[in-house]
Design a protein around this ligand. Sequence first.
Ligand code: PHE
Length: 516
Amino acid sequence: MSGSAASRGVWGSKLGFILAASGSAIGLGNIIFFGANAYRFGGGAFYVPYFVALFLLGIPMMIVELGLGTTQRSALPGAMYKTTGKGGEFWGWWSLLNAMIIAMYYITILAWVASMLIKGISGALYENGAGTVVPSFMKSISSWLTVALAFGIWAVNIFFLLRGTNTIEKVVKVFVPLMWFFMIVLVIRGLTLDSGFQGVWYLFTPNFSGISEPAVWQGAFSQMFFSLSLGLGTMTAYASYLPKKSDVVANGSVVSFMNCGFEFVAGLAIFSMLFAFTLHPGPTTGTLGLSLVVVPIGIANFPALQTLFACMFFFLLLIAGLSSSISIIESPVAAIRDKFGWTRKKALLAVAGFGAAGSVLFALPMMLKKGGNPAQPLGLSLLELFDHWAFGYSLLVVGLVEAIAIGWGYGITKLRNQINENARFKLGPWFDVLIKFVVPGLIILVLLLNVLKETGAKLTFIGIDKTGFYKGDSGTFDGYGWLPMAVFGIWLVVTVVGAYILTTKGNYPQQEEGEA
Ligand code: PHE
């Protein structure tokens, strides 16, 4: 099947695409991870690296990824193959294998969210006020029920993706406006609490103290890529369903600004509660803890309608997460169909089967004792370890490869000219400088520091004092000392060998020229 435009899928309208792409971008990253990162790196101190990341990395790479999809009308591996050959294709598949790993635990996190939502609806969440939040959360992440919920969430994803753009569009037309609505209600509630407004100052008063710390920059860079759904082939897959004449610059800017706007509103909602109730998440709260524990504790202190607000918050997380998870899954589905000509159903079921098996792994409720720290479920430990590699490295590596392959290999001027043909705001030669020099330079710098850190190099002169091979956020694993290294090995072998097999197996069907 060489796949005419119609059988691959097309968006019903421009609005449909914008909603789908912003539904993809706005997700757990904007609420859970942004809040945690902004808090960890000191609110206003996160500001400078964040905006540098948005303008110098995020928007330019958004334009490249959308441009690839729009002009090549293929998912990432195919678009890379057509522009830069087999070498580029390899990195496309490598990216999608990382996307699969991320989809697995993204859905496990959604299962925990769903479990908290059920606790909210059943009344168990606030049975004894704020005091039952922590036990509820611990029960959620250490119960077999979550495993069942993870299967349920995969089933919902399959249902939403079964008819491609058609069903995706229907879902995002409801979910995206709804999540803006819920978020606005929450932020108004937060800001009108006594002292809630202090959260605004915390988040918006620029503070330059942290900008010499590489960890802040790395946090901002990875956060930006993840939040904008870059580095996992998603934006390329979604853009491949657009007509060739689409305005890539306008699409990229609208989606990026909507995403970051939502992120700041979400940050305000969270920080207003932290200030209103003087909640101080400790260093052990962890990324998930801020949203799944600290925020619900804050809501328990609301003057009225606590359960309603808590359910609204979890429901918001659930729909924001679902409109993102469908896009992560669509990316490999589209790529498999492009290359191997499988039907949508076959590709979807294969991806979902593999993915659901992985989600079970990350949901495993058995408790594992960690050195000096309280026990935590095995699934959560695996999640931390895989996330370190699949999230911490792959997004930036893929961004780097794209910038170099397209910038130097294919020729960014060529892509820029194709994009400019249909763009109202034309990209100047400065764009080439960004893609060829600035993006690779910034990413290489951050990756280099990370790798040095991993090898245990002494980096105290630039403010990194915790170096050494990554062993999980909260210490070493008693009796399981081999686990961090094993996870690293599995990640590396699976993604590299898998990408090699997918690249060398089969050939892309001959392209039909002259498609609309
Ligand atoms: N952008 C999504 C979020 O913020 C996650 C995502 C990453 C989705 C990459 C697709 C691709 O949650």
